[in-house]
Design a protein around this ligand. Sequence first.
Ligand code: ATR
Length: 285
Amino acid sequence: MRDSRETSARHAFVTGFPVKHSRSPLIHGHWLKTLGLTGSYTRQEVSPEDFAGFVSRLKNGESGFIGGNVTIPHKENAFRLADRPDLLSEELGASNTLWLEDGKLCATNTDGYGFLANLEAQAPGWDRTDRAVILGAGGASRAIIQAVRDRGVGEIHVVNRTVARARELADRFGPKVHAHAMEALCEVSKGAGLFVNTTSLGMDGEPAPDFDFSPLSAGAVVTDIVYVPLVTPILRQAAEQGFLTVDGLGMLLHQAVPGFEKWFGARPTVDAALRQLILADMEKH
Ligand code: ATR
């Protein structure tokens, strides 16, 4: 006879192309182990041509998965192919988390949740401000603009090298969101209580320009969604200038929580042991 726990084992995935660098299996593997749950979370490398087939096998139960995470370049297609995308995904046009419910494929995007949960944990009270500056207008900035707006911050200033991309986002996310070119950075930073870098500036040891954070309000929080290196040049400069900084690793950890709960039925916690596990892995690679 089969062990009843074995028959109820649930299997989830992370899919991307490529996907071998994803640290999500480490995160979910840690939670499965510490919560004593039977199940798996594995990498599934799927090319863009094969993605629709992968989703259809997920929907009809053939793949044996109950859901999973979706990363670059599949987030937009995951949203399009889902039966029940939620409102967050609808507005973003992209989903990073899929799960089956009543035979339907549901989809959400947990990046904004992860971003806010990380700020809440590392900089409680950050949302007392009415003005935020978001540097960058790529894929990663969208969920952050949405989350900061939905938290009730009154003015969100998106500053980008290509101002047309910032304008697109201002149009998408409504009247609280304003678009600017890089030259306006200093001006729009005046009195802001939150500064977020969503660009690749300073990633992987690349140099970043000098930033003057002095126009920000006293007690402003500066955060970077880049977490390799953990202390990016932007965070280093902000700390040197006396601002509270929040690194991007926590966003990666927190964005994984809602998916795990959907698939495996228990809400995991982001703790120091998990953070240490990922930091140790980062040292290896
Ligand atoms: P992602 O999906 O990770 O956000 P992306 O869509 O390529 O990636 O966006 C990268 C962001 O970093 C963009 O805002 C980009 O600015 P442009 O829209 O002008 O391309 C920004 N970026 C990348 N390199 C930059 C640089 N050297 N200086 C300023 N901004 C840069």
